[in-house]
Unconditional design. Structure first.
Length: 727
């Protein structure tokens, strides 16, 4: 049947090259590209051809074949997609909501696909699924139906066992799992009513609303601190203990360093060296050394624990380290990537002990300009272990051990930081809530952990080492092809998300410059200075971070947008991050002149490492959320000051001062008027009296209810909701 002409698309005079450009967009109908991306995909590198690509894009846009979104980004005209979408399917990952509706994210589309609750089939949160897309309708979000579950996002589920007569269910802790798991009585495996347990799904009959499963492990009584922390780990499928073969292998690792090993390494044991870490840290994986050179320059050594010397590819320790991917930092404990003998003893750069390192050594002047660099295996002996508070006190004027050396390092770090910001690095600030726990793990107080100069001192030297290691391997020299390497990448933000963020800021009285990359970075940093200390500071910074792309590991170097680095990797934490261990092995291999490794194999390792990092972050957030809910459990009825952190058609979200606990004030509890959502202006408004509650507004609330298992907190407005401190 002949295809109907779209009246909105003008005739474009075609030549072979313009057909190729159009085909690129039509075969990626949901993605947007700028001319640089198009040129790269077409293999165009010379200046003349790149300009021709830009001209062709303008012609296609003039003919409405593609649409210019903003800032030079183009997308295939959705009006031309009617026939294409009738049989279009995509593959993506399910983000399930508590209500049962879902969104499916996929690299094939610039936006998530909405799935209504009656179109999710038997899919669950985190599953990899096939989605049939519905024909696109003007002004509507992309919508579809899940037609097949390709891979379950998780194999086990944590929840509370509910037994009633001949039936039993596991009620999942995760609110993103909107169905209970039916457990036959014979599959309870001694789990009792009300106990926390781990279940796996055995089958899900076609016409059944609930999946069938069995209990595979009983965790214990809800509310017990160890049970709850283990529940969080198990829900993200992190192991609760190391495998026996891993521990057995770790025990055989020698603590002593042989004279033969020392002989082949650069010796730093007589050069002043220190570590700076949090007070409760045990895995010291980085140290700094400092000495004055005869030419007046400073030699700064960034020394990283040489984990690769002890953990060899293919061993039980290596396999389990790869599976775990990262250490996990819950509120009250660390779940290490490597057994304790390695992470806290053999590899940890403890003071007054000889330790093996892989080092990046820089000669620099007083302004932090580098004249020479060296990478290689070393041996060190740290003179002093500091915590951040000790060093910060000296920076602020107090006396202390080796104060002069620390102040010199801080001065050099400051120069590095200034140069980084001058080149477009964005100074994202995040506030981290910490808890004071009693002997049972119950939170009795909270405080905000601040990033001060002592933290930045270490951070800037670690950034330097990471950047220069990546440049050493990644930079193309002559005609040689760059070797396969593991990069830490951070892609450009989505222009549409940036535009929405800019509009959001305008309504709050702020603005950012979307004109150029450097202008954007500068205006971001200016924005963060403007909001410092204000009520909306944390909320704006949180949304700013969500506006950005996510950082991840890849063998394809896209650079690091947030840091404004063309080359960047993770080299400095191999005790707690598996990608750093891979980087150490690759750097050693390439320094020895050996050939490149297989790119596809290492890309698979990168994808796995990124996935495990995301899961670890989610587990850490879940532990914080649980402790926040636990902190408010005995404070029902008490009043607190907070800020409106979100608005929805169901209510306003309020984040409390100090503890940063976030709960919702349901609109049904705001009975002085009928309130409706004005989502364009981030507020709810009373229909009769016109009173409004806007994002960022200070309010006073009372704690109404806390659901510890779901980590949910419900608030009501205290009196009229006005915070007396801000009247």
């Amino acid at each position: 049947m002949a295809k109907k002409k779209n009246p909105r698309a003008k005739t474009v005079k075609h030549d072979p090259f313009i057909n190729t450009v159009e085909a690129l967009f039509s075969s990626n109908p949901f993605k947007s590209f700028n001319f640089r991306q198009v040129a790269k995909m077409l293999g165009v590198t010379d200046k003349v051809s790149r300009e021709m690509v830009k001209t062709l894009l303008e012609k296609l846009a003039a003919g409405n074949v593609i649409l210019e979104l903003n800032r030079g980004k183009y997308k295939y005209n959705p009006e031309l997609l009617a026939d294409k979408l009738l049989n279009t399917t995509i593959i993506g990952i399910v983000d399930m909501k508590q209500t049962g509706k879902a969104y499916v994210s996929t690299p094939d589309l610039d936006e998530d696909v909405f799935i209504s609750a009656n179109n999710t089939g038997h899919a669950l949160h985190g599953d990899k699924v096939k989605v049939h897309l519905f024909p696109m309708r003007k002004g509507r979000k992309t919508e579809g139906q899940i037609v097949e579950v390709l891979q379950r996002g998780r194999s086990q589920f944590v929840g509370t066992v509910q037994i009633s007569g001949k039936f039993a269910f596991l009620v999942p802790d995760d609110v993103a799992i909107p169905v209970d798991i039916f457990i036959p009585r014979e599959s309870l495996n001694k789990a009792g009513h009300g106990q926390k347990a781990i279940a796996r799904i055995t089958e899900w009959p076609e016409r059944s609303k609930n999946p069938f499963g069995e209990i595979i492990q009983v965790l214990g009584k809800p509310g017990d601190n160890n049970v709850e922390m283990n529940s969080i780990l198990a829900s993200f499928e992190f192991p609760l203990q190391f495998k026996p073969e891993t521990l057995k292998e770790a025990e055989k690792i020698p603590v002593e360093i042989s004279p033969a090993e020392i002989a082949v390494r650069r010796d730093f044991r007589n050069i002043w060296t220190c570590t700076i870490d949090p007070p409760d840290a045990k895995d010291f994986d980085d140290a700094l050394s400092l000495r004055k050179l005869e030419n007046g320059e400073w030699e700064v050594g960034v020394h990283i624990a040489d984990v690769s010397h002890y953990v060899k590819p293919g061993t039980a320790i290596d396999k389990e380290g790869y599976e775990r991917g990262t250490s996990i930092y819950l509120v009250d404990r660390t779940i290490p990537m490597l057994p304790e003998k390695l992470s806290n003893m053999v590899c940890s750069l403890r003071p007054n002990e000889d330790k093996l390192c892989f080092s990046a050594v820089f000669n620099m002047d007083e302004q932090g300009k580098i004249s020479r660099e060296w990478f290689g295996k070393t041996i060190i002996n740290s003179n002093r272990r500091y915590n951040y508070e000790e060093v910060q006190a000296m920076i602020e004027g107090a006396d202390g051990d080796f104060k002069q050396e620390l102040l010199i390092l801080n001065g050099l770090a400051t120069r590095l930081r200034e140069e980084r910001f001058k080149k477009g690095s964005i100074a994202f600030h995040t506030q981290e809530v910490k808890f004071v726990l009693d002997e049972t793990g119950k939170p009795i107080d909270t405080y905000i952990k601040e990033q001060k100069e002592a933290n930045m001192l270490i951070e800037d030297f670690m950034l330097l080492a990471n950047r220069r290691v990546a440049e050493k391997i990644g930079r193309k020299t002559g005609d040689s092809k760059p070797k396969t390497f593991v990069y830490r990448i951070h892609d450009e933000p989505n222009p549409e998300k940036l535009q929405r963020f800019a509009e959001f800021l305008t309504k709050l009285g702020y603005k950012i410059n979307l004109g150029t990359r450097k202008g954007l970075a500068s205006s971001f940093n200016h924005l963060f200075d403007q909001i410092a200390g204000k009520g909306e500071e944390n909320m704006i910074e949180s949304i700013a971070i969500r506006t950005m792309s996510k950082a991840e590991y890849s063998t394809v170097n896209l650079g690091h947008y947030g840091l404004a680095f063309q080359y960047y990797t993770h080299f400095t934490s191999p005790i707690r991050r598996y990608p750093d261990l891979m980087v150490h092995r690759l750097l050693e291999r390439y320094l020895a002149g050996k050939p490149s490794v297989n790119k596809d194999e290492y890309e698979e390792y990168c994808v796995h490492s990124s996935d495990m990092e995301r899961k670890a972050v989610e587990a850490e957030r879940a532990s914080v959320k649980y402790k926040q809910a636990e902190f408010l459990m005995d404070k029902i009825g008490q009043a607190f000051s907070g800020l409106i952190s979100g608005v929805s058609k169901y209510g306003i979200y309020v984040e409390l001062e100090g503890s940063k606990c976030e709960g919702m004030v349901s609109l049904k509890y705001m009975d002085d008027d009928f309130y409706y959502l004005d989502d364009e202006n981030y507020r709810v408004i009373g229909q009769h009296h016109g009173r409004e509650f806007k994002l960022g507004d200070p309010v006073r609330i009372r704690v109404k209810r806390v659901d510890l298992q779901k980590k949910q907190m419900d608030f009501v407005l205290d009196s009229n909701g006005v915070d007396p401190k801000r009247r």
